[in-house]
Design a protein. Sequence first.
Length: 318
Amino acid sequence: MIQPNFAGAVRRVATALTLGLLATPAFAEFPDKPITVLVGFGAGGGTDTLARLIAKEAEATLGQPIVIENIPGGGGVVAATKLMSAKPDGYTIGMAVTSTFSYAPLASDTVKYDADTFDYLTSAAALQNAVVVGKDSPFNSWSDVAAAGKAGEKLFFGSSSPAVNLVMTYVSAQDGYDMKIVPTKGGAEIMKDVMGGHMDMGWSAGVHQRFGKDVKVLVAAGKDRLEASPDVPTFHELGYDVGDETYFLFFVPKGIPDDIFQALYDAFSQGAKNAEVVKMVEGTMGFPSRVLTPDELKQNVAESTAIYERLIAAAAAN
C-alpha cells in the first residue's frame, strides 16, 4: 500500500512533468516566415520573370510570402557569392543559370565558390540562347557579322555574363577579328540597346522572343536550334564548336536539412510544372519548360563545366 505522503509526492511530480511538457514549445514547421530568392540577374529579364512566376505558385504551397531580390552582376556570380553566407535553413535560396556554376569558377580566381559549393534544387526552363540584332540592323545572318568583322568593322556586342564573353571571343577569334564585348546587367538592358541601335548586337537567353519583329535572330547559341526560330542555324552548324544545354535553375546553400530541402523542391518544382506557368513560359516567353531533378541538374553543371574547360584551354593557347 502506498503511503499518503509518498502518494502526494508522486502526484506533485506527475503534475510538474505534465505542466512542463505542456509549456515546452513545439518546433515550428517549415516555413514559418518569408523566403527570399536571390535572383542573379536584373529585373525584367528572363530569369527574373521566371522567378516571379514560380514563386507565386510556391507561395501557395508553402503558405508564406516569397520575396524576390534582384542582385545582378557577373552572370549570377554576385548573387551566388551572397548566398554563400546565408544560413542553410531554407529561408534564402538563389536563382541563376547553369554557367553561373560551370563557367564562372573556372574563369576567375576572385570567384569564391565552385560547382560543388551549392546544392541544386530544380530548374524552370531551358534557355533559348541566341545572338540578336534590332530590326533595322544591316545584319541578317551570322555570315553578315563575320564578313563585317573580317573587313575591319568595329563590332559592339552586349553581353550578360562572363561565359558569354568567352563564347563570343572564341567565335570571333575563329574568324580572325576582335569583337568589343560590352558588359550589361541582363537581357532587358541588351534588348533596349540593340533595338535602340546603341549596340550592334547582343546575347539573349530568350527574352528577345517578347519583342517579335522588333528584333532579328542571327544564330542560335545553344546545343539545338531555337523552338521559336527553327530556321535559324546554331553556331555548331556553322562550324563553331560551342553550345551547351543551359537552364534557369534554383540553388541552395549546402547543409539544408533533408525535410526542408524536400519541401522546397516540391514547392518550386510543382510551381514550375503548374499548367498556367507552363503556358506562360512556353506560350508567352518562348522558353521550353524543363523541370529537372537535383541529380539531373548536378549532371548538367558537370557537363557544362567540361565544355568551358575546353574553351578556356583553347583561349589560353591562342
